[in-house]
Design a protein around this ligand. Structure first.
Ligand SMILES: NC(=O)c1ccc[n+]([C@@H]2O[C@H](COP(=O)([O-])OP(=O)(O)OC[C@H]3O[C@@H](n4cnc5c(N)ncnc54)[C@H](O)[C@@H]3O)[C@@H](O)[C@H]2O)c1
Length: 251
């Protein structure tokens, strides 16, 4: 096996990964771990506990809860001595025609996808500024941050919000050595639509044709981009949305 360049290493770096129990988040924990990171893995699903090890601390709770964001940063400090990387990955989807979207659904999607993101980023940046060693925020956004997908008003608006949020963090905290970027993810074969369709994986796989590569992504392919953006190799990338969409938005 060819060794990765040192600039890709995350050896000894401390990371928080939200939405870590399954899908893209679980793969992010795996890849960051392989690169040497120490990780706080959080999720509202109890089965996130399966990831626990001497290098992975677990937190359960809802990302939209302010106490969860504080607890994640506190745990990173207690268990591993600080915080270098936040991966804001937790998210949920809603496929509903615009006119059928209720205020409650709008709020629920915004709570996880936008508010949760904001709270974790704010607590993480506070801790990074206090420590004075810089850091990296990586947000898992979507093609829906930049193009309209059918029946995704609440989801698309929330994903556009977080793509914008990283830009503000980048300009306000670049001089603290903090980089903030988002990944514009195309369709990935995970269970994200589990609550709304019968066979979420088959539904997602059917989107393959819409991508220039003629297929959807596997979660590990997104985790690789996240790990790159968190690493010194990406030291001059900040305030941007990096598309990892198999050419979905190239048309
Ligand atoms: N799968 C796709 O096609 C796709 C495309 C673009 C973007 N994304 C984004 O990627 C991220 C990961 O999605 P995925 O496909 O792995 O989905 P997934 O449903 O497999 O995993 C999401 C994880 O986040 C957790 N989570 C959701 N809401 C939470 C909350 N309020 N508090 C704590 N944990 C919460 C879930 O329990 C789950 O473990 C999401 O932000 C999603 O919007 C996914």
């Amino acid at each position: 096996m060819i060794a990765l360049p040192q600039s890709w290493s995350l050896e000894g770096k401390v990371a928080i990964v939200t939405g870590a129990a399954r899908g893209i988040g679980r793969e992010i924990v795996r890849v960051l771990g392989e690169r040497g990171a120490l990780i706080v893995a959080s999720d509202r699903r109890e089965d996130v506990r399966a990831l626990a090890s001497d290098k992975v601390a677990i937190l359960t709770g809802d990302v939209s809860d302010e106490a969860s964001a504080r607890a994640a940063v506190a745990l990173a400090s207690e268990r591993f001595g600080g915080l270098d990387i936040l991966v804001n990955n937790a998210g949920r989807s809603l496929n509903k025609p615009f006119l059928e979207t209720t205020a409650e659904e709008w709020d629920a999607i915004a709570a996880t996808n936008a508010r949760g993101n904001f709270l974790h980023a704010r607590e993480a940046v506070r801790a990074m500024v206090r420590r004075g060693g810089g850091g990296a925020i990586v947000t898992v956004a979507s093609v829906a941050s930049v193009v309209a997908l059918d029946q995704t008003a609440a989801y698309g608006a929330s994903k556009a919000a977080i793509a914008q949020l990283v830009k503000t963090i980048a300009i306000e905290h670049g001089r603290d050595g903090i980089r903030a970027n988002a990944v514009g993810v195309g369709v990935v074969e995970t269970d994200i639509l589990e609550d709304i369709v019968e066979d979420s994986r088959a539904t997602l796989a059917s989107y393959g044709d819409a991508h220039a590569l003629g297929r959807v992504a596997q979660p590990g392919e997104i985790a690789e981009i996240v790990a790159f953006l968190a690493a010194p190799a990406a030291s001059f990338i900040t305030g941007t949305l990096v598309m990892a969409d198999g050419g979905y938005t190239a048309r």
